[in-house]
Design a protein around this ligand. Structure first.
Ligand code: GLN
Length: 230
């Protein structure tokens, strides 16, 4: 008996924003990906089923989705930050990430190359914060609502570059060979699953237990190979 109480009994409700391949994305009528596979492991341990609740990332990272009980847990490639720790209870870290630069092939190689140019970022992300802090003062920063709109903006030339996490951008460039990742900025981020600060402690403990078990028994590595292909 885990003692975990869920918003909807028998269901682990998971807030996430799509698309965020390979962490969470639509495949046919299913939502799949690395985060979702880990949530399946957690649900298995709790003896319940996963239900994905599509939620704008802005409301996930602000704690709003968790605090208004739209879901039990957030699995959204979400970086653990000091600001977010004030409003979200985080699991142990489960993935290392860094900000990266996506351009059309032959485009900018550094943020400084983007002086006077347009840079796309995603609303509410660490990439938005990093870019606002580090881009040339005369760069024009455009904010998009999700990764799909952001990467399409690079492909169609609406922006000269996008800053987002390395995992999804490298994945995108692999299948969109007219684009490339030209830089990684070494921001030293770590992803965590988020729970409510108000009553989510037992679920955080269950998530930490799941993470340590999948790391010990090889499940984490095989899921990594499955979704990152190496
Ligand atoms: N890891 C980044 C952040 O937490 C981006 C997450 C996302 O876009 N889903 O802000």
């Amino acid at each position: 008996e885990s003692g975990v109480s869920l918003v909807k009994s028998g269901t682990l409700s998971v807030c996430t924003q799509l698309p965020y391949k390979p962490f969470e994305f639509q495949q046919g009528s299913d939502v799949v990906g690395f985060d979702i596979s880990l949530m399946d492991e957690l649900a298995k341990q709790l003896g319940v089923k996963v239900a994905v609740v599509q939620t704008p990332f802005e409301g996930i990272q602000s704690g709003q989705a968790l605090n208004t009980k739209q879901c039990d847990i957030a699995a959204a490639g979400m970086t653990i930050t000091d600001a977010r720790k004030k409003v979200i209870g985080f699991s142990d870290p489960y993935f290392d990430a860094t900000q990266a630069l996506l351009v059309k092939k032959g485009g900018a190689k550094t943020l400084d190359d983007l002086a006077g140019k347009t840079i796309g970022v995603q609303q509410g992300t660490t990439g938005e914060i990093y870019t606002k802090k580090n881009a040339p003062k005369n760069a024009n920063i455009r904010v998009f609502e999700d990764l799909g709109l952001l990467t399409t903006a690079v492909k169609t030339g609406q922006v000269d570059a996008a800053v987002q996490d390395n995992g999804p951008l490298l994945d995108y460039a692999k299948t969109n060979t007219d684009t490339e990742v030209t830089a990684e900025f070494d921001t030293g981020e770590q992803y965590g699953f988020g729970v409510s600060k108000n009553g989510g402690d037992k679920l955080k403990d269950a998530a930490d237990k799941m993470l340590s078990e999948v790391k010990d028994d090889g499940t984490y590595d095989s899921l990594y190979k499955k979704w990152f292909g190496q």
